[in-house]
Design a protein around this ligand. Structure first.
Ligand SMILES: Cc1cc2nc3c(=O)[nH]c(=O)nc-3n(C[C@H](O)[C@H](O)[C@H](O)COP(=O)(O)OP(=O)(O)OC[C@H]3O[C@@H](n4cnc5c(N)ncnc54)[C@H](O)[C@@H]3O)c2cc1C
Length: 497
C-alpha cells in the first residue's frame, strides 16, 4: 500500500541502500541523498573509510538483505564472493593452539565491503521509483512543531554543486552513519537531547590488501582460505602482538586483507612496522603468507570503533516522519561484525512495519522505535558482554571496577568453554553459530536446557581428559589439514571443497 508521495533517505551506504529497498513499495518516489560520487564498480570512497578493513556479513544480515533484494546472495557470489564453511576453510588459532578442521552448521559469503555495497547499489538502481542523487550534502531538516507531541519532520535541505535545494518529504530516514548530525538538528528544532549510551573499548584496526599467489605457487600445507588468530589469554611476558586479533581475510579476485586489531594497544601504521608486527604474532603462518603475496595497498588504520547507541526510542515525543537505520542510531565495535547485519535487520523491520501501516502518524514512528530497540538490544548486549571487561574501555556503559574485573575474569573462560563444547556437540555448535550470526540472543542460548547440558557434559569430559575432537595443535607448526568431521556432518558448500 502507498503511504505517501516522497520518502527521502539521508546517506547512500549499506544502511541507506537497504532502507531504499524497504521504502520503495510504499512511496511514489524514494530519493537517496549521498554526499559522495558513487563509483560504478567496487571502489573505496571518502564517506566509507572503513571499507579498507575486512567486513564479515553475518547470516542474519545476508538473509535480511536477501529478503529486501531477492537474488542478492547469488549476485554477490556471481560477482566473486566466496561461499565458504569457516569450520572447514578457516585455520583457527586460539589460546589452546590450532583447532581441528571439521564440517559445521555455518557457511558465510566472504567478500570485500566495497563489493557488498556495489551489489547492493546495483539492486537499488534496478528499482524504478528510487533515485540516488550523488554529490549532494544534506545540511538540515525542516520541521513543524519541534519537540511538541505532534512535532514532525516535513522535508530536507541539501546542497549540490549548483547551490542549495529543498525537498518536501512524507517520510525521512537518517542513514548518515556514526557522524550523523540529525540528533543536533532535532535539538536545535526543539526536541530534547536524546540519551547516548557509549562504550569505546579503544579498538584499533590496521589492514593491508594483498594479491594471493596462484594455487600452484602455494605450498601443499596452504589448504586454508581464511586465517584467524585469536588474542592469547597468556598472563606472562609476551609481545603485544599476542594480544592482537588477526585475520587474513579472503575476498573476491584472489585477494586477501591482512588485518591486525587490538583493544587499547598502539597499532602499526607504516608498512615496515606492519610487517615487523606481523612477524611477532603467535604463528609464523601470518607473516609467511604475506611474504608469498604481493601487497596492493598501503597500511590503513582506523580508530573509529566505539559502541554508540543514540536512544531516540526514549524520547517522549519522537518526531513523526523520521526514523534511523544503521550506525546513525547504533554503531558497534566492529570486532563483532554486527554493523551491516543490524542495519539490514532494521531496514527489514521497517518494511514489515510499513507493510502493516495504513498511515504514518506519530504512533507509527514510536512503535517502530520500540520494535527496533528490541532488535538492537541483541547485538548491543553481545558487544557489552565482551567490551565491559576491558580496562581500557571508556563511556557511559563502563561498569564499576569490581564488576569489570568479574566480567574480565569470567568472559574469557566462558567463551573458551562454549567454543570447546561447540567443537564436540552439534547442538551447542548450532546455537553458538546462531548467536554469532544474531539469530539468537546470548541470554536465550544460555537459558536453553539442552545447551546448558552440553556445556556441563563438555566440562566433565574435559576434566576427565576425554575429548572427542582434537585441538590445541602447535601454533608454530602449520595448522593440520585433516578433516575431523563425524560421518553425519553437513556437506561443505561447493566453493569450500
Ligand atoms: C574497521 C571497521 C570494520 C568493520 N567491520 C564490520 C564487519 O565485519 N561486519 C559488519 O557488518 N560491519 C562492520 N563494520 C561496521 C560497518 O562498516 C557499518 O556498520 C556499516 O557501514 C553501517 O553503514 P551505514 O550505512 O549506517 O553508515 P556508513 O557506512 O558510515 O555510511 C554513511 C553514509 O552517509 C553518507 N553521508 C554522511 N553525511 C552525509 C551528508 N551530510 N549528506 C549526504 N550523505 C552523507 C556517507 O558518505 C556514507 O555514504 C565495521 C566498521 C569498521 C569501522
Amino acid at each position: 500500500m502507498r503511504l505517501g508521495t516522497t520518502a527521502v533517505v539521508l546517506g547512500g551506504s549499506a544502511a541507506g541502500l537497504c532502507t531504499a529497498g524497504a521504502l520503495a513499495p510504499h512511496f511514489d518516489q524514494v530519493l537517496v541523498l549521498e554526499r559522495d560520487e558513487l563509483p560504478a564498480e567496487a571502489e573505496h570512497r571518502r564517506g566509507v573509510p572503513q571499507s579498507k578493513h575486512p567486513h564479515f556479513l553475518l547470516n542474519s544480515g545476508r538473509r535480511a538483505i536477501g529478503a529486501l533484494f531477492p537474488g542478492f546472495e547469488d549476485d554477490l557470489i556471481a560477482a566473486g564472493g566466496l561461499h565458504l564453511m569457516p569450520s572447514m576453510d578457516a585455520a583457527y588459532l586460539d589460546g589452546e593452539g590450532w583447532s581441528a578442521r571439521k564440517r559445521g552448521t555455518m557457511t558465510m559469503i566472504y567478500s570485500s565491503r566495497i563489493l557488498i555495497e556495489r551489489v547492493l547499489r546495483d539492486k537499488v538502481r534496478g528499482l524504478a521509483n528510487v533515485v540516488i542523487r550523488e554529490g549532494v550534502a544534506v545540511n538540515g531538516l525542516t520541521v513543524r512543531g519541534g519537540g511538541t507531541p505532534g512535532g514532525e519532520v516535513t522535508g530536507v535541505d541539501f546542497s549540490t554543486s549548483d547551490g542549495d535545494e529543498h525537498i518536501d518529504a512524507d517520510f525521512v530516514v537518517d542513514t548518515m552513519g556514526r557522524g550523523s548530525s540529525v540528533g543536533g538538528w532535532l535539538v536545535a528544532a526543539g526536541w530534547p537531547e536524546p540519551e547516548v549510551q557509549t562504550l569505546d573499548a579503544k579498538v584499533t584496526y590496521t589492514s593491508r590488501w594483498y594479491d594471493l599467489p596462484s594455487p600452484a605457487e602455494r605450498p601443499p600445507s596452504w589448504w586454508w582460505r581464511h586465517l584467524v588468530i585469536m588474542p592469547t589469554p597468556d598472563k606472562g611476558e609476551h609481545p603485544a602482538e599476542h594480544e592482537f586479533l588477526v585475520n587474513f581475510f579472503p575476498i573476491e579476485g584472489d585477494r586477501a586483507i591482512a588485518c591486525m586489531g587490538s583493544w587499547g594497544i598502539e597499532m602499526p601504521r607504516t608498512t615496515d612496522a606492519f610487517l615487523e608486527s606481523a612477524r611477532r604474532v603467535r604463528t609464523p603462518l601470518f607473516a609467511g603468507a604475506m611474504d608469498r603475496c604481493a601487497p596492493t595497498s598501503e597500511v590503513h588504520l582506523t580508530r573509529s570503533t566505539g559502541n554508540k547507541w543514540r536512544r531516540y526510542d526514549k524520547l517522549r515525543t519522537p518526531p513523526k516522519g523520521l526514523v534511523f537505520v544503521g550506525d546513525s542510531i547504533c554503531a558497534f565495535n566492529p570486532f563483532y561484525a554486527q554493523g551491516i547485519s543490524s542495519a539490514a535487520g532494521s531496514a527489514l523491520l521497517l518494511r514489515e512495519h510499513l507493510d502493516r501501516a495504513d498511515r504514518l502518524d506519530a504512533r507509527f514512528s514510536a512503535r517502530f522505535l520500540v520494535a527496533q530497540r528490541r532488535l538492537l538490544s541483541v547485538p548491543w548486549r553481545l558487544a557489552m558482554a565482551r567490551d565491559q571487561g576491558y580496562e581500557c574501555a571508556v563511556g557511559t556503559e563502563k561498569p564499576p571496577e569490581w564488576r569489570r574485573r568479574v566480567l574480565a575474569a569470567v568472559s574469557g573462560p566462558a567463551f573458551s568453554l562454549i567454543v570447546g563444547a561447540a567443537r564436540e556437540d552439534a547442538v551447542v555448535d548450532e546455537h553458538f553459530a546462531k548467536v554469532f550470526n544474531l539469530d539468537e540472543s546470548l541470554g536465550d542460548m544460555l537459558r536453553n536446557p539442552r545447551v546448558l547440558w552440553g556445556l556441563a557434559r563438555y566440562r566433565v569430559r574435559a576434566a576427565l581428559g576425554r575429548h572427542r575432537v582434537p585441538f590445541g595443535f602447535d601454533p608454530r607448526a602449520d595448522p593440520p589439514a585433516t578433516d575431523y568431521s563425524p560421518e553425519s556432518a553437513a556437506p561443505a558448500p561447493a566453493a569450500a571443497r
